[in-house]
Design a binder for this molecule. Structure first.
Ligand SMILES: Nc1ncnc2c1ncn2[C@@H]1O[C@H](COP(=O)(O)OP(=O)(O)OP(=O)(O)O)[C@@H](O)[C@H]1O
Ligand SMILES: [Mg+2]
Length: 240
């Protein structure tokens, strides 16, 4: 039984993702000054707070992209902060998915190739990766756009393609940094509804960075980052 399937004495499921007193400075600029956080499997956590408070830095530390100067990051009970770069990149590839504010699609690739990318990087054959990628187009209302290049998509369409790319490898955790930040409010709501329904269906845990209360309302729970500090250790309940 894995650590996250285990339950402690109080019957609480073990967290899938944890930060314990994580601190990180960029040179003389302190970005994280003590983040304490725990998420249970399947939970959607909104990370809120003012610009520059450390939300993205916290997400990058949880995702094994940045390593905190001090403190611990754990995924499924395993220390991430002590892993080497190769092990962390394998962890990201095999267990995590990512969606960022501007989608960041590869302009030379078609929409379906962009979605297939994480599978191709994981070693899947081109035909298997493209088949799996295409399966996402209809549920995300993208049918017919498979062969378009990213410059030929609207902002909302590009962001849904980016969402499909974040989910195609069926990650255990989806890290989303302002996934609706570049969209108008109606399109943003559609993207959030699709993000929530797809991750609920897959049981994916979501770390959702946003400064919009409207977006955070889709989450099970929220944590506010202020001056690099965050405290939300009591793992929440997943909405049914
Ligand atoms: N690569 C970097 N080099 C130097 N300083 C950085 C770097 N990235 C972030 N910072 C600084 O760290 C602090 C936290 O930044 P972070 O990007 O985590 O904030 P944020 O809460 O995500 O803000 P926003 O809502 O504007 O995206 C800020 O003071 C920022 O200027
Ligand atoms: Mg940010």
């Amino acid at each position: 039984m894995s650590a996250s399937q285990a339950a402690d004495d109080a019957g609480q499921p073990a967290p899938i993702l944890e930060a314990h007193d994580a601190q990180l400075s960029f040179g003389v600029t302190p970005a994280l000054r003590g983040a304490n956080l725990a998420l249970v499997r399947g939970e959607i956590l909104a990370v809120m707070g003012p610009s520059g408070s450390g939300k993205s830095t916290l997400l990058y530390c949880l995702a094994g992209i940045l390593t905190p100067d001090t403190g611990e990051i754990l995924f499924d009970g395993q220390r991430v902060d002590t892993m080497g770069e190769q092990e962390r990149s394998r962890l990201r590839r095999d267990h995590f998915g990512f969606v960022f504010q501007f989608g960041q699609l590869v302009p030379e690739l078609t929409a379906e190739e962009n979605v297939a990318l994480p599978l191709l990087l994981g070693g899947a054959s081109r035909s298997r990766a493209l088949d799996a990628a295409r399966a996402w187009f209809e549920p995300l209302s993208l049918d017919g756009l498979e062969r378009r290049r990213s410059g030929e998509l609207s902002g909302g369409q590009a962001q849904r393609v980016a969402l499909a790319r974040g989910l195609v490898s069926r990650p255990e955790v989806l890290f989303a940094d302002e996934p609706t930040g570049s969209l108008d409010s109606l399109t943003g709501e559609q993207v959030m509804e699709l993000l929530v329904s797809a991750t609920r269906r897959q049981g994916t845990t979501v770390v959702l960075v946003t400064h919009e209360a409207r977006v955070a309302a889709y989450a099970d729970r929220e944590v506010v980052v202020r001056d690099g500090k965050a405290n939300s250790l009591s793992a929440g309940r997943v909405r049914s």
